[in-house]
Design a binder for this molecule. Structure first.
Ligand code: SAH
Length: 377
């Protein structure tokens, strides 16, 4: 009987932060400090080939060649908005694709990174949510977004640096906790991208137990997708509120500051016409946030095909902001960027197989309840 030759699956070195890579080297009989050298070669110098790692012995290079690989997601689409925002569509090895967005501003360049293929949370105003969910991204696929964008833009005629990263792309980062934390470690690592903790933001719809866990091991800035000042409305917009209501979420936010008063929290609030944008909502928000040290980010709703919502008018958004500001809450209205290429908040969709079959179910509901969701022009 003949047996098929055994194919050894190579270890992707992009799948490790420095600690993890050190442990890997120890497991193959090498010192842990090799991790710093190799991380620098991969992330700072963009090495994809072990041969150029000249401060590493020839024997170890040959060994790595045999056992390891450096595999990044593949850019299949790179689109530039007229405002300079740039969207990368990245193909993953399983055939799914995800989106990453670069937003240049005068004083910074922010990369908006995805954490999952799709999202399981089903927030009713978010395009990603309505597409369904496929799976968590691994560390290589999360940090691979930074790698690809960084090295593409660094080699261009007018290089653009990534100074900030926001975990605000597709997915709920706290439901992919370990991989997101490891990827954020690499973002902050001086041997990799060296981004300061003040310039690294994780945005969550409110997975309360994981906020407590994050507070123990990380110092990054936190953004909370609040979007409503009371439980009834928040349950409608952000269904995870049924599991973790506002009072529990606010307690977790206060805990986040407990031992680290310099940590930043931003409350995100999408402005939906006639839904959550009335003066009464602003007054409820003031009460809710009176004892939390935070900033408020008002996000004009970005529409997508099939949505039942509309963006609040500019005057409504300004009036809402003024009420908050008069009460002493630091409030800014987020500029809408990249909407001409569907790269704005909540418009990221990628292309993937919905394993929850949610998109099909929603399409069926939309047909039977069309008149209910159609808002007059
Ligand atoms: N799951 C995480 C991160 C992804 S969403 C979270 O909920 O925070 C990133 C931000 O974009 C969130 O504040 C989200 O509420 C907002 N957003 C989603 N859909 C939007 C839309 N259609 N228009 C404007 N903002 C949207």
């Amino acid at each position: 009987m003949t047996t098929a030759p055994q194919v050894i699956e190579k270890v992707n070195l992009l799948n490790f932060d420095r600690k993890g890579l050190g442990e890997y080297f120890v497991s193959i009989g090498e010192p842990a400090y090799r991790a710093s050298q190799v991380i620098q070669w991969i992330h700072q110098l963009g090495a994809k080939d072990f041969d150029i790692m000249t401060n590493i012995s020839k024997t170890l290079r040959a060994r790595m060649q045999e056992l390891c690989e450096i595999k990044t997601p593949e850019v299949i689409f790179d689109r530039l908005s007229k405002d300079g925002t740039r969207k990368f569509l990245l193909k993953l090895s399983c055939g799914n694709s995800i989106e990453t967005v670069y937003i240049p501003e005068d004083d910074r360049g922010t990369l908006c990174v995805s954490s999952q293929v799709g999202c399981s949370l089903n927030c009713t105003f978010c395009s990603t949510g309505t597409q369904g969910y496929n799976r968590n991204l691994n560390i290589a696929e999360i940090i691979g977004q930074v790698y690809v964008a960084h090295h593409l833009m660094a080699t261009e005629e007018k290089p653009r640096p990534i100074t900030n990263v926001v975990m605000m792309g597709m997915g709920e980062p706290l439901l992919n906790f370990d991989n997101v934390v490891a990827a954020m470690n690499l973002m902050q690592d001086d041997f990799a991208y060296g981004i300061s903790k003040y310039r690294l933001t994780l945005s969550t719809a409110g997975v309360v137990p994981k906020i407590y866990e994050l507070a123990k091991i990380s110092d990054v800035a936190l953004a909370i997708s609040l979007h409503a000042p009371n439980d009834a409305l928040r349950c409608e917009l952000v269904p995870i509120n049924k599991k973790y209501p506002i009072a529990e979420l606010m307690a977790a936010c206060k805990d986040y500051f407990k031992d680290a008063p310099r940590r930043h929290i931003t409350m995100e609030y999408v402005m939906l016409k006639g839904v959550n944008d009335q003066p009464e909502h602003a007054r409820q928000l003031i009460k809710l946030l009176s004892d939390i040290n935070c900033k408020i980010n008002l996000i004009p709703f970005n529409p997508f095909p099939g949505t039942r919502y509309q963006r609040s008018d500019r005057t409504t958004i300004d009036a809402f902001r003024d009420i908050l500001m008069r009460a002493g809450l630091q409030t800014v209205t987020r500029k809408t960027r990249g909407d001409d290429i569907d790269a704005a908040c909540g418009q990221l969709a990628g292309e993937f197989k919905d394993r929850t079959k949610r998109s099909a179910k929603l399409a069926a509901i939309a047909v039977t309840t069309k008149s209910k969701f159609t808002t007059p022009e």
